[in-house]
Every structure is written in C-alpha cells, then in structure tokens.
Write a protein that binds this ligand. Structure first.
Ligand SMILES: Nc1ncnc2c1ncn2[C@@H]1O[C@H](COP(=O)(O)OP(=O)(O)OP(=O)(O)O)[C@@H](O)[C@H]1O
Length: 215
C-alpha cells in the first residue's frame, strides 16, 4: 500500500500557500505536518483528501494487489477542524450515516456504533443528540467515525483539539493500532501525537515561495 504526493503546490484565493511538497508513505507509516498558524497544513491535508484541487502535482494511492491507481480521497478518512456531525441527530444516527456514506473501500469491516463509542471511552450515550455532548465528547465521537468504516488512510487535522490528557492518550493508542494493522496516517498537529517513528514535515508557508522555489 502506497500513498504518494509529488511536487504539490496549492493556492488559496490569489496566493500560493506552498510549493514542491513531496512525500511517500507505505503501510504502517505516519507523517506529521508541523509549522506555524497559516503555514498551509490544513490546505495540504485538504489536497490529500481530494477536497481541494492542487495547483500543481499529484496525490496517488496504490494498493498491494496491483490495482489501478486511485485518488487517496477515495480510501481516506478525513477528520477536519470541525466534527462533521449534525447536532440535532443522535450520536448513533450520525455514526450510522457515516458508515453508510463511507462504505467499505478498505475491504475490512468497521466496528458497530456501540463498539466504536466504547473504543473512544463513551459507551452508553449514543442515544443522545450530538449537540448535547461536551466539546471533548463531541471530538471523541467524531473520532469514532474513523472506526465504524474501515479506510486505510487517516487524514487528521488537529485531532486532539479540545481533548483532555486521557483522550490524548486514547487517540494515540487508536492511531498506533491503525498503523500496526498496516494503515497510513497523515496528520497536522501542534501537540505531539505520541506516535512512535512518525516522520515530520515542517511547513514553512510562504517562505518556500519567497525563496523562489516556485516556477
Ligand atoms: N478560502 C481561502 N481563501 C483564501 N485564503 C485562504 C483560504 N483558506 C485558507 N487561506 C489561507 O491559506 C493559508 C494557509 O491556511 P491553512 O489553514 O492551510 O494553515 P494551517 O497551517 O493549517 O494553520 P493553523 O495552524 O492555524 O490551523 C492561510 O494564510 C490562510 O489565511
């Protein structure tokens, strides 16, 4: 399984945000994006997830079975700054929606809604409207979305925002378990994720553009 980005450049509005970004991740590997606010981490994640078109370059996913190249967005979970859950629906209804929407492109089955809630430390409250949960509980349930449908690539934007220390550790364990099973993780974070052997890509924002890398 391979997730490759080659010579990516992206623009937001009129401005180039980054240029010449390349990386290669194989099964079991993690890449953590770091860099100051506005340096382009979220932009790169959105390009990798297929939510934003790159100005230049490609992102490709290839599995071991020698199938055709696919866009990583087809086989990725994307957890953005926002939780992507409806406040009026119950937790179970939200997670059921995501399971049906995401399908099963990775081949393996996802967890049941209750098992996924249990895995993020919140069993017994899936009947509540999502909007009733605390900010940290909402973030935990947003993470449970990654567990109800199996997808080999996890693209995570500040996954531990609004979390307490125990949730930090829990997320680190879930990410480590995903990697151990041969998954791939691409994450932006200001706090260490607690994942051993993660590589780091430091985003420099406009510096690369200023240095004349673009062209
Ligand atoms: N829709 C948009 N139109 C124009 N500029 C945008 C748009 N979205 C983001 N930007 C700009 O792109 C740059 C990169 O933003 P991005 O969200 O990728 O940074 P980041 O590294 O994730 O920041 P943070 O650490 O604050 O989350 C910023 O200067 C931002 O103002």
């Amino acid at each position: 399984m391979h997730f490759t980005a080659e010579n990516l450049a992206a623009r937001r509005g009129e401005d180039l945000i980054f240029v010449n970004i390349s990386f290669h991740l194989a099964a079991g590997e993690a890449l953590v994006l770091t860099g100051k606010n506005g340096s382009g981490k979220s932009t790169l994640l959105r390009v990798a997830a297929g939510l934003l078109r790159p100005e230049k370059g490609t992102v490709i996913f290839r599995d071991e079975k020698g199938g055709e190249d696919r866009h990583p967005g087809e086989v990725s979970h994307y957890l953005g700054h926002r939780n992507a859950m409806k406040n009026e629906l119950t937790v179970a209804e939200n997670l059921d929606f995501w399971r049906a929407f995401l399908g099963n492109p990775g081949g393996a089955a996802g967890l049941s809604v209750e098992d996924a809630a249990d895995a993020v430390g919140l069993s017994g409250i899936t009947h509540l409207p999502f909007g009733y949960l605390s900010a940290g509980q909402q973030r935990r349930m947003a993470f449970a979305k990654l567990l109800v449908a199996h997808r080999p690539i996890w693209i995570l934007d500040e996954p531990t925002a609004a979390l307490d220390a125990s949730a930090d550790r829990l997320f680190a364990e879930l990410i480590a378990a995903h990697l151990t099973k041969g998954g791939i993780v691409l994450a932006a974070t200001h706090q260490p994720l607690g994942v051993e052997n993660a590589r780091e890509l430091k985003m420099t924002g406009f510096a690369g553009v200023d240095a004349g890398v673009w062209g």
